[in-house]
Design a protein around this ligand. Structure first.
Ligand code: C2E
Ligand code: MG
Ligand code: MG
Ligand code: MG
Length: 263
């Protein structure tokens, strides 16, 4: 669509999106998350939309549209199901049996009343170890919502054994209160802090502080958007121990990461 988008195409896109999952136009790609020795410890599921009408549209365009129309709710349920199914399959593959899977959850979806039950039910239905599922939410989730209800949602998810990561950490409403009051398990350092981390002293300071904060609170910390060996070296030096980015693999079909095992 790009800059030539009209109100008409916008509406039409939203209409297409409403049926995308039932038409089989949505799929997930997977991007590895690695440890200090660059061994894969998990994957992040990233949604893709291959529209019959418009071709491939990037998430930066269709996710906001889906949030406005409400389609994100059923799309999010679809992604969670699909992700849990993938986890179930991985549990039978030796190299993948321990991998975690991170699924992105929009604020709107997270804050619906049925969300926690849906997650718990999905974990049971697919018979997966709950600790292998991680929900990624951005700090947007803390807007427009009462803290007690949310606190309860976070608590129930964590009690079920499912992980919660704060995605794009540092770019939203980085209130220390939610880190204190809610049971989060992981922080993902936004890639805008990683991009220039080898040269920019401010980025270095922020990254060091986030890593220390995570350690002090007993949280996992993952650096997003790691593209160069120099960035990786810096991140290791300051105590970051999990990484994601093009340096280790682009989002791809899962077979990309598994095929060598099967052959
Ligand atoms: P995110 O969850 O922060 O995902 C990471 C994004 O960074 C992905 O973009 C990924 O392709 C990109 N990325 C990973 N490594 C690198 C790198 O080294 N360099 C650069 N430049 N980029 C890198 P993608 O796939 O376009 O997704 C964009 C956003 O769309 C995601 O950001 C997430 O917020 C949202 N999204 C994707 N799938 C879903 C979903 O199933 N549900 C919801 N609610 N949102 C989703
Ligand atoms: Mg994410
Ligand atoms: Mg992110
Ligand atoms: Mg992001």
């Amino acid at each position: 669509m790009g800059q030539h988008a009209t109100v008409k195409t916008y509406r039409s896109l939203q209409g297409e999106l409403a049926n995308a999952a039932t038409r089989g136009e949505l799929f997930l790609q997977y991007q590895p998350i690695v440890d200090m020795s660059e061994k894969i410890i998990g994957m992040e599921a990233l949604m893709r939309w291959d529209s019959a009408e418009y071709g491939q549209i990037p998430p930066a365009q269709f996710i906001p549209l889906a949030e406005q129309s409400g389609a994100i709710l059923y799309m999010g349920d679809w992604a969670l199901d699909e992700g849990c199914q993938q986890l179930q399959q991985w549990s039978r593959i030796p190299m993948a049996a321990e991998w975690t899977l991170s699924v992105n959850v929009s604020a709107h979806q997270f804050n619906t009343a049925h969300f926690v039950d849906y997650v718990v039910h999905a974990v049971q239905r697919y018979g997966i170890a709950p600790g292998r599922l991680i929900l990624e939410v951005t700090e947007n989730v803390f807007l427009n919502s009462t803290s007690s209800r949310q606190q309860d949602g976070f608590r129930r998810i964590r009690e079920a054994g499912v992980g919660i990561a704060i995605d794009d950490f540092g770019t939203g409403f980085s209130s220390m209160c939610y880190l204190r009051d809610l049971s989060v398990s992981r922080i993902k350092i936004d890639r805008t802090f990683i991009e220039n981390v080898t040269e920019n002293k401010k980025d270095q300071g922020i990254v060091v502080a986030i890593v220390m904060l995570a350690h002090a609170l007993g949280l996992d910390v993952v650096a997003e958007g790691v593209e160069t060996a120099e960035q990786l070296k810096f991140l290791k030096t300051v105590g970051c121990s999990a990484f994601q980015g093009f340096l280790f693999g682009r989002p791809s079909d899962v077979s990309e990461f598994l095929c060598s095992e099967f052959l």
